[in-house]
Design a protein around this ligand. Structure first.
Ligand SMILES: *Cc1c(COP(=O)(O)O)cnc(C)c1O
Length: 384
């Protein structure tokens, strides 16, 4: 099948996939094996040892590459393991310029692990091009997340790609929140796109994984070298579960976006709500960029409870019944989170409040249930 001209909906189902050559199985079998028979030393069918290659994982790697408009994909045991792989491109003395509103675990990996190995991280507001002044001769990587977590800031990928390129820095985009269905960073100039596949790609809150995709042969080679050398690979069973989830990505995302819009509009008019963050709202500061680089605006909505402190906000999220109070996002079920005590607790209060993660902030991952049940649940939690 020539995958070049297929739409993303078709790629989600067929991208990089062929029926299994040995049996015709339509889904790639779970190759639960660590090793492969060789006919003669070094003479094999392309598979030697499952840290290096596994057919089920390879099917998933081809799928993400195809959906992101890349040529190569790599699958890891978690999103953080995928980020860890990219950071191993760097050497002591190198600098990373990253957006200042990051997933808490990414921030922790940067500042508590890799900073111990002589790598310097600078966190900047990337909402306008002035951040270029932080680029130096030592800047070897630019790291961007958009929309950001949990403030839903939208950053201009194309503009950042130009800045990174002009300084010779590798440009990586964490595309977890948007997914390739809503936004394709490689098309906009990114060198590598990264995913926590745990979220929308897997889509059912039943697996933890990370993915990378690129269309640069030299970068891909280095990714595979580190993937094999460091060993943080995804197992065959989890690769299968992720592939199964990806097949319905576009259908789920349409409903996530539709419900997200209804929830954002509802919260915007609620008297107990102060601010609402959703890139589809006219007043959202990244709305124009979002219209340009995203197909739709996503299913993540954050808001602040008017005049509430830590405890009252915790009470509101605990009172929700259809929205489950839980970390993570991107599954079919609606989840509510309190970033200050949950996902972003590892970021110092002062740092997190600078970017808007206040004690009264609530983050919603709007699921694909009936929208009226979601709105009624928010109403009963907010009206108490
Ligand atoms: C969850 C998440 C990660 C980390 O991925 P894991 O699969 O949990 O390791 C990275 N970036 C973003 C935006 C995330 O939401």
């Amino acid at each position: 099948m020539d995958h070049q001209n297929l739409h993303i909906e078709t790629l989600a189902i067929h991208g990089g996939q062929e029926p299994d050559p040995t049996t015709g199985a339509v889904m790639p079998p779970i190759y639960q094996t660590s090793t492969y028979a060789q006919e003669y030393p070094g003479k094999h069918k392309g598979f030697e040892y499952s840290r290096s290659q596994n057919p089920t994982r390879y099917a998933l790697e081809r799928a993400i590459a195809s959906m992101e408009g890349g040529t190569h994909g790599a699958a890891f045991g978690s999103g953080l393991a995928a980020i860890d792989c990219m950071l191993k491109f760097l050497s002591p003395g190198d600098e990373v310029v990253a957006c200042n509103d990051l997933y808490g675990g990414t921030y922790r990996l940067f500042t508590k692990v890799f900073s111990n190995y002589g790598i310097k991280f600078t966190f900047v507001d990337m909402s306008n091009a002035a951040w270029e002044e932080h680029m130096s001769a030592s800047t070897k990587m630019v790291w961007m997340e958009t929309p950001t977590n949990p403030m839903l800031n939208v950053l201009d990928i194309e503009a950042a790609a130009k800045i990174a390129k002009s300084h010779g820095a590798l440009f990586v985009v964490d595309n977890t929140f948007a997914t390739p269905y809503l936004q394709r960073p490689l098309d906009l100039g990114a060198d590598v796109v990264m995913h926590s596949g745990t979220k929308y790609l897997g889509g059912h809150s039943d697996v933890v994984l990370g993915l990378l995709a690129t269309k640069d042969e030299a970068i891909a080679e280095k990714i595979y070298f580190i993937q094999n050398a460091s060993g943080a690979i995804l197992g065959p069973m989890d690769s299968f579960i992720a592939l199964r989830g990806i097949k319905t990505l576009h259908v789920r995302m349409d409903r996530h976006c539709e419900n997200g819009e209804a929830v954002a509009n509802y919260l915007s008019t609620h008297p107990a709500v102060d601010k609402v963050y959703w890139p589809g709202l006219e007043g959202h500061n990244g709305h124009e960029v979002a219209k340009r680089q995203m197909k739709k605006f996503g299913g993540m909505v954050s808001f602040t409870v008017k005049g509430a402190g830590f405890e009252k906000t915790a009470d509101v999220v605990s009172a929700m019944k259809v929205f489950t109070l839980a970390e993570s996002l991107g599954g079919v079920e609606s989840l509510a989170g309190h970033p200050a005590s949950m996902t972003h607790a590892s970021i110092p209060k002062e740092e997190r409040e600078k970017v808007g993660v206040t004690d009264n902030l609530v983050r919603l991952s709007v699921g694909i249930e009936h929208v009226e049940d979601l709105l009624a649940d928010l109403a009963q939690a907010l009206d108490r």
